[in-house]
Write a protein that binds this ligand. Structure first.
Ligand SMILES: Cc1cc2nc3c(=O)[nH]c(=O)nc-3n(C[C@H](O)[C@H](O)[C@H](O)COP(=O)(O)OP(=O)(O)OC[C@H]3O[C@@H](n4cnc5c(N)ncnc54)[C@H](O)[C@@H]3O)c2cc1C
Length: 380
């Protein structure tokens, strides 16, 4: 089906990214996943292609414009490699870029932003705590002013890229209880009182690391406060919309990969005297998988168009997030079923996609939390 919103610029962008991923990422993704890391040179090459520069000014190495469709294209094409950890390790920096550009002090912005955009340095967003992730309003890490400094105490966990990142955007409580009262801080890896340890083995996202971060009387200059004191979290809620759009697009990329591999297998494999693809049950599975992908893709396009018009469709983004992870859960399961035992083997792309389903359904706003947000946004 033709994409109504496709234009020359977006077509070229997709072709460039696709070619890069097919040649420089896909052949090695399984190896990196098993090794638990992506070579740094990949971040730098992607940085050169401009994929982290959407919404970032040219003086900071960005493209000087934003385009929700291009964000989607990048996330989708990255995810097609099938190894979610490769996407996570690569894309993690994106979520800190907009807050750093908009809220960090000029000295910090000028010093660090360009290197992150160009893939030379890594950055992570640290909100989740050992005590909980969904209920951000109960966040416990504190930041107390002490002259020209803030002193942070507490810990964060599940922080993607946390073992490699040079820079962190950290949520900490400066005021009273609730979402108001949370401020954002720019913290560098060598700040006094900062330390980190890696999380143990995980179900998926092997190529990316997650860390627990510790702040023990961690002193940062008062100028590291990002934006208005007590209103830090509220200032970045819109940032989560981009993350959710990107995650939905990643679901589409993984679903397309799973469908493509299923069709190829079903055409080649014979059972009971004919190719799998000629059995009606398998044909119906493929029809169902394909229809789910079409629906999520169309929903994404409608949401992107609204964003392009200046809207912030929070309810739709929330509905998109849980619908896309539910669709991925279905498609990954059906794809694995079509491949039979072959799909269960490590190194098969579908085996990895199947393992990546749950992190998509939990991270970046869980399915339950997204449903709540959607209904609240509907005014109910
Ligand atoms: C691999 C991975 C990478 C991550 N990377 C980052 C990162 O870079 N930065 C970061 O800050 N965080 C990160 N996270 C944390 C992630 O955002 C949280 O896991 C997520 O927000 C859920 O929080 P939780 O795990 O503490 O679950 P909880 O909040 O304890 O919730 C547990 C379960 O209960 C459900 N639940 C919670 N409240 C309700 C309710 N009111 N009604 C019904 N059900 C409810 C949730 O949906 C969930 O299914 C990452 C997580 C993972 C697994």
């Amino acid at each position: 089906m033709k994409h109504f919103f496709e234009n020359d610029e977006r077509r070229v962008f997709r072709e460039t990214i696709k070619t890069f991923i097919e040649t420089e990422i896909r052949p090695f993704a399984h190896e990196w996943d098993e090794a638990g890391e992506v070579p740094r040179s990949i971040y730098e090459k992607l940085g050169q292609l401009g994929v982290f520069g959407l919404g970032i000014e040219e003086e900071y190495g960005g493209l000087g414009f934003d385009d929700p469709f291009m964000r989607v294209i990048f996330s989708e094409e990255m995810a097609r490699c099938g190894y979610g950890g490769v996407s996570a390790a690569t894309c993690v920096r994106s979520i800190t870029l907009e807050p750093l550009q908009r809220l960090a002090a000029p000295e910090i912005r000028d010093r660090v932003l360009k290197d992150i955009v160009l893939g030379k340095k890594d950055s992570s967003l640290a909100i989740t705590e050992p005590g909980g992730g969904s209920d951000v309003a109960r966040l416990k890490t504190t930041a107390k002013r002490d002259g020209n400094h803030f002193v942070l105490n507490g810990s964060k966990t599940f922080i993607t890229g946390g073992m490699d990142s040079d820079y962190f955007v950290v949520g900490a409580r400066t005021g009273g209880p609730g979402l108001t009262g949370i401020s954002l801080f720019f913290v560098e890896k060598d700040a006094p009182g900062f330390s980190r340890t890696p999380l143990g083995k995980k179900m998926g996202w092997w190529a990316s690391n997650q860390a627990t971060l510790y702040f023990d009387d961690c002193r940062v200059p008062a100028t590291n406060l990002m934006g208005q004191e007590d209103f830090g979290f509220l200032a970045i809620v819109n940032n989560f919309n981009n993350e959710r759009l990107g995650m939905a697009a990643q679901c589409v990329g993984m679903m397309k990969a799973a469908l493509g591999d299923s069709i190829a297998w079903a055409q080649e494999r014979e059972t009971f005297g004919k190719p799998l693809i000629k059995h009606q049950v398998i044909r119906h599975k493929i029809a169902n998988m394909s229809a789910k992908i079409d629906m999520i893709e169309s929903y994404i396009a409608m949401i992107c168009w609204n964003i392009e018009q200046g809207e912030t469709p929070v309810a739709e983004l929330s509905k998109l997030k849980f619908s896309s992870t539910k669709a991925l859960e279905y498609v990954a399961s059906e794809a694995m079923q079509i491949l039979g035992g072959a799909g269960y083997l490590r190194g098969c792309r579908i085996e990895c996609i199947y393992r990546e389903v749950k992190v998509m359904a939990i991270g970046g706003g869980s399915e339950e939390v997204m449903r709540d947000l959607a209904v609240n946004q509907m005014g109910l």
